[in-house]
Write a protein that binds this ligand. Structure first.
Ligand code: ADP
Length: 530
C-alpha cells in the first residue's frame, strides 16, 4: 500500500513538474531557464545529486554543457572537456554500456559518494541534439518508471531546444533580410492591401526625402507623388484589378511604373517602381512590395545621347554643305574664277574635309572604345618636344591668343603612344582656344616628381563651374551655355582624352573657376617606372 502511494505521489509530482516546464516553454522563457527546470525535475524525481544537460553545437560534433545542477562552476570547464571527449569517442548512437561505465566513473571523480549515472539522449526528428544526465549516490537499478520519467523530461528539453533553434534560425533570417533591405541601393517599401506604408528602407529616405518615421503608416500616394507619369500608377492599376487582372485566377505578376517623382523638398527625381504582390496560401493579396530604382543616370544618358545625335548631324551637315557649296561654285561652267578665289575655295574644301575626317575618327574611336580596351603602341616619347610641335601648329590658327610652352630642363622621357598623346594635347589646346573667345595666353607645361610626369594646358577663358567639372569627361557631355551652342563640338574630345590617359596608367583632372580660366592636368608614369 505504501509503495502504491509513493508511486502515486511521484506521478503527481512528475505531472506538476511537466506542467511547470511546459508553462515555462509557452511563456517563452529562454532556453537556459527551461533546461534548468528540466534538470531540477529530473534530479528531484530520481533522487539525484547532480544533473547536467549538454547540447550538441549546431553543425558540429561537439558537446557543450548548457545547464547544471549541483556542480561548482570552477569544475565546469574540465567536466565539459571530459564529457565532450567521451561522447565524441562513443559516437552517435554508440555503445550504451560503455558510456554508462564511463559516466559512472565520472560520477565518482566528481564526488566519491556518487555511485550511479542515469542518462538519456535528447532527440529531435531522430537526430541526437544533446544529453540529459543525472548522477546519484543511490545505487539502485533504474526502474522502468525512472527511465520513463527521465524520458518525459528529456522530451520536453528536446522540444525546448528545437524551439530555440527554430527561433534562432528565424531570427537570423529576419536579421539578414532586414540588413539586405536596409543596405540595398534600391528603395524598398512594403504596403498593406490598403496601400499604407508598413516598411521603408534607407535608400528610399534618400530618394524621396521622407524619413522612415514620417513615412510609416502613411498612404502610399502621399509619399509617392508623380510630377510625370508614363502610364498608370499603382492606384489606377489596383482600381483596374491588379494583381488579378487575368480573369481573377493567377495574379498578373509585377507592375512597373515609371516617371518623375516629387520629393518631399519639391525637387523631382526620375524613378522606375516595380510593385510585386504578396499572396497568402489562399491566393489573397496580403502585401505589396515596391522596389524603387533611381533612373536619373539612365535618363541623363538618354538625354545626352539625343543631344549628341542632333549635334553630330549638325556637325556633319555643316562641312558637307560648305564643301558642296564651294565645289559647285568652282565647277560652274559659265563662270571664270580668279585664281585667288579658286585657291580660297579649295582651302575651305580641304579644311572642311579635314574636320569631317576628325569628327568621323572621333566617333569611330568612341564606339571602338566601348567595345574593347584601347591598344597602345608604346615608345619613349619626349613630351616637351611633342607639346612644342602641337603649339606651333595651333599658333597659325588664331590671332587672338598667345602661347607659352613651359617645361623644366631635362624633362624625362615617358613611355607612351605618341600618336594618341598628340591627340590628347591637340584636344586640350583646341578646347583652350575654343573656350577662351576673348583670347589670352595658353600655356602648355610640365612638372615632374620622382614617379610621375604631369602635363598641363592652361587657358584664361570662360572656365567651368564646379558641377560641370566632374562631367566634362563624360561621353557626349557639353556644358550647357551660350558659348557651347555657338562653338563646334561633340562632347567626345575630353572623353577620348581621358580614355587615352587612363590607358597609359595616368589620370586627368581639371581645375577651373568660372570666368577665370581652366587648367587641365594629366599624369603619365615615367619610363623607368614602367
Ligand atoms: P567639345 O567637342 O564639346 O569641345 P569636349 O569633350 O572636348 O567636347 O569638352 C566637353 C565640354 O567641356 C565642352 O563642351 C566645354 O563645355 C567644356 N570645356 C572643355 N574644355 C574647356 C575649357 N578649356 N574651358 C572651358 N570649358 C571647357
Amino acid at each position: 500500500m505504501a509503495v502504491m502511494l509513493t508511486l502515486y505521489d511521484s506521478r503527481v509530482r512528475q505531472r506538476d513538474f511537466l506542467l511547470e516546464i511546459s508553462r515555462a516553454m509557452t511563456a517563452q522563457l529562454d532556453l537556459g531557464e527551461v533546461l534548468r527546470l528540466v534538470l531540477n525535475a529530473s534530479v528531484v524525481m530520481l533522487s539525484g545529486q547532480i544533473g547536467l544537460v549538454a547540447l550538441r553545437e549546431t553543425d558540429e560534433d561537439r558537446y557543450t554543457i548548457r545547464a547544471t545542477l549541483g556542480v561548482e562552476s570552477d569544475r565546469l570547464p574540465d567536466l565539459n572537456h571530459r564529457l565532450d571527449e567521451l561522447v565524441s569517442s562513443v559516437g552517435q548512437g554508440g555503445d550504451r554500456e560503455f558510456l554508462t561505465t564511463k559516466l559512472n566513473q565520472m560520477a565518482v571523480s566528481l564526488d566519491r559518494k556518487l555511485r550511479q549515472s542515469l542518462f538519456l539522449p535528447l532527440v529531435i526528428k531522430a537526430e541526437p541534439v544533446g544529453l540529459l544526465i543525472v548522477f546519484r549516490s543511490l545505487w539502485a537499478q533504474a526502474t522502468e518508471n525512472d527511465l520513463q520519467m527521465l524520458q518525459s523530461f528529456a522530451d520536453q528539453a528536446a522540444i525546448a531546444v528545437y524551439n530555440a533553434q527554430l527561433y534562432n534560425r528565424i531570427d537570423q533570417d529576419r536579421k539578414r533580410l532586414a540588413a539586405i533591405l536596409e543596405y540595398s541601393a534600391d528603395g524598398v517599401m512594403f504596403l498593406d492591401t490598403q496601400m499604407r506604408i508598413l516598411g521603408f528602407n534607407r535608400a528610399l529616405e534618400r530618394m524621396t526625402g521622407w524619413t522612415v518615421q514620417d513615412a510609416l503608416g502613411r498612404d502610399h500616394s502621399e509619399v509617392i507623388e508623380w510630377a510625370r507619369l508614363e502610364h498608370e500608377d499603382l492606384q489606377q492599376a489596383m482600381a483596374d484589378g491588379w494583381p488579378f487582372r487575368l480573369g481573377g485566377e493567377a495574379p498578373t505578376d509585377t507592375l512597373y511604373v515609371e516617371g518623375d517623382l516629387v520629393r518631399r523638398d519639391g525637387l523631382t527625381l526620375s524613378v522606375g517602381i516595380t510593385y510585386a504582390p504578396l499572396l497568402n496560401d489562399d491566393g489573397k493579396l496580403t502585401n505589396i512590395i515596391a522596389n524603387v530604382r533611381d533612373n536619373t543616370h539612365f535618363r541623363r544618358a538618354q538625354e545626352m545621347q539625343n543631344v549628341f545625335i542632333s549635334t553630330v548631324s549638325h556637325e556633319l551637315k555643316t562641312p558637307v554643305a560648305l564643301i558642296k557649296g564651294y565645289a559647285g561654285t568652282l565647277r560652274r561652267e559659265d563662270a571664270t574664277w580668279d585664281p585667288s578665289v579658286i585657291q580660297n575655295g579649295l582651302m575651305v574644301i580641304e579644311e572642311e574635309a579635314d574636320r569631317l575626317t576628325e569628327l568621323i575618327e572621333n566617333l569611330l574611336a568612341t564606339s571602338k572604345l566601348r567595345a574593347e580596351r584601347m591598344r597602345l603602341d608604346l615608345s619613349d616619347v619626349q613630351v616637351d618636344e611633342l607639346a612644342t610641335e602641337v603649339v606651333e601648329r595651333f599658333r597659325t590658327q588664331t590671332t587672338k591668343h598667345t602661347f607659352a610652352v613651359s617645361f623644366p630642363n631635362g624633362f624625362p622621357l615617358v613611355q607612351a603612344d605618341a600618336v594618341r598623346l598628340r591627340q590628347v594635347l591637340d584636344n586640350l589646346v583646341s578646347n583652350a582656344i575654343k573656350y577662351s573667345p576673348e583670347g589670352g595666353t595658353i600655356t602648355v607645361g610640365g612638372e615632374v616628381d620622382e614617379q610621375i610626369a604631369t602635363v598641363y594646358v592652361r587657358d584664361q577663358g570662360v572656365g567651368i563651374n564646379e558641377n560641370d567639372q566632374a562631367r566634362v569627361f563624360d561621353r557626349f557631355f557639353r556644358v550647357d551655355g551660350a558659348l557651347s551652342r555657338k562653338t563646334k563640338g561633340t562632347g567626345l574630345g575630353l572623353y577620348l582624352a581621358k580614355a587615352i590617359v587612363e590607358a597609359h596608367g595616368g589620370t586627368i583632372r581639371v581645375k577651373s573657376k568660372p570666368g577665370a580660366g581652366s587648367t587641365f592636368y594629366f599624369t603619365l608614369p615615367l619610363t623607368s617606372m614602367v
